[in-house]
Design a protein around this ligand. Structure first.
Ligand code: DGY
Length: 322
């Protein structure tokens, strides 16, 4: 491919855009940073050899049908449930992602959420900013202790393991976990206890953190029945994908005190967030900031470039998923 037509669907960190422009002077960047939407994405697939999308671009099967020009889809992000990879592969498109480089940033976000929910940090900040704080008192906004409490991890992959290490070694938290995969790489938390079922983890934990991939296989894995397995004092953290959790069931569970609280970075149908959720005090809500550090986002972009360069050189891209 002499000079590939490349479309980048959103703004990337400046340093990575510069590197893209240096290597591919005719690259089409999205200066306005507005989502392309289904029509814009279809046009990109028809006109470009390479499309570099991200989590906010929905790429369902129909966008790949009926003849497209694109041969390489380099996703800026590790999760790729927004791309129908089977349809992409059928259309002859190579798909890659960016694992590893955002592990620490995302694990830090999970811990931030866990601590915020436990210590009612969002509630406290809202009270202060609204001018409703009347001063220190012994019974003011008491939260839950974190140190020494049990953490349940669902999905002991890279990010789940990084959260487990932070909790175990930073906060002395015993860790229990469930993962559907039989063979797992070393998670680095020697005494973390693997349990046989999701229900056992939910029942044992004071805090539960979700780290499984999104998409059909895990759709609404945590539903009303599973939420009811949790302790009424427990807090649920989700930095994985919105669709692994039945959002309506969570709202009911929070309203009815089935669990004490939740802390979310991801949503079903984001960026929409239901009013009922926003109205609740016992939930912390972040706008999908999991990997949002300059270092992580730069590394993600550079890894997309590494995948792309390998593809253009006729080699196997290091992070190929389809
Ligand atoms: C990912 O990489 O999948 C993240 O959700 C984006 O921050």
């Amino acid at each position: 491919m002499s000079e590939p037509v490349i479309v980048v669907t959103r703004r990337w960190p400046e340093g990575v855009e510069q590197e893209l422009r240096r290597r591919f002077p005719s690259v089409r960047l999205n200066r306005r940073d507005e989502p392309l939407g289904p029509e814009g994405l279809r046009r990109a697939l028809e006109e470009a050899d390479v499309v570099l999308p991200t989590v906010s671009d929905q790429l369902p099967a129909e966008l790949f049908r009926g003849g497209i020009r694109t041969r390489f889809l380099g996703n800026f992000g590790v999760g790729y449930n927004h791309i129908d990879v089977a349809a992409a592969a059928e259309a002859g498109v190579v798909v890659t992602n960016t694992p590893g480089v955002l592990t620490d940033a995302t694990a830090d976000t999970a811990m931030t959420l866990l601590l915020m929910a436990a210590r009612r940090a969002g509630e406290g900040e809202r009270e202060l900013r609204a001018g409703r704080w009347t001063g220190w008192r012994p019974t003011h906004m008491m939260g839950a202790e974190v140190t020494g409490k049990t953490l349940g991890i669902l999905g002991m992959g890279r990010i789940g393991a990084a959260v487990a290490r932070r909790a175990r070694f930073g906060f002395g938290m015993p860790v229990v976990f469930y993962d559907a995969q039989e063979h797992l790489p070393d998670h680095g938390v020697g005494e973390a206890k693997r349990l046989d079922t999701i229900e056992e983890v939910l029942a044992a934990a004071d805090f539960v953190s979700l780290h499984m991939p999104g998409g059909d296989a895990n759709y609404h894995l945590i539903d009303a029945a599973r939420l009811s397995c949790m302790k009424p004092t427990a807090i649920l953290v989700n930095t994985a994908r919105g669709d692994v959790l039945d959002q309506q069931a969570l709202i009911t569970a929070l309203q009815e005190g089935v669990i004490a609280g939740a802390a979310l970075d991801v949503y079903e149908g984001e960026p929409a967030v239901p009013e009922e959720l926003v109205a609740l005090e016992n939930v912390v809500l972040l706008p999908h900031l999991g990997s949002a550090t300059l270092a992580a986002r730069t590394a993600m972009g550079m890894l997309v470039l590494e995948n792309l360069q390998a593809f253009l050189d006729g080699e196997e891209p290091p992070c190929r998923v389809a």
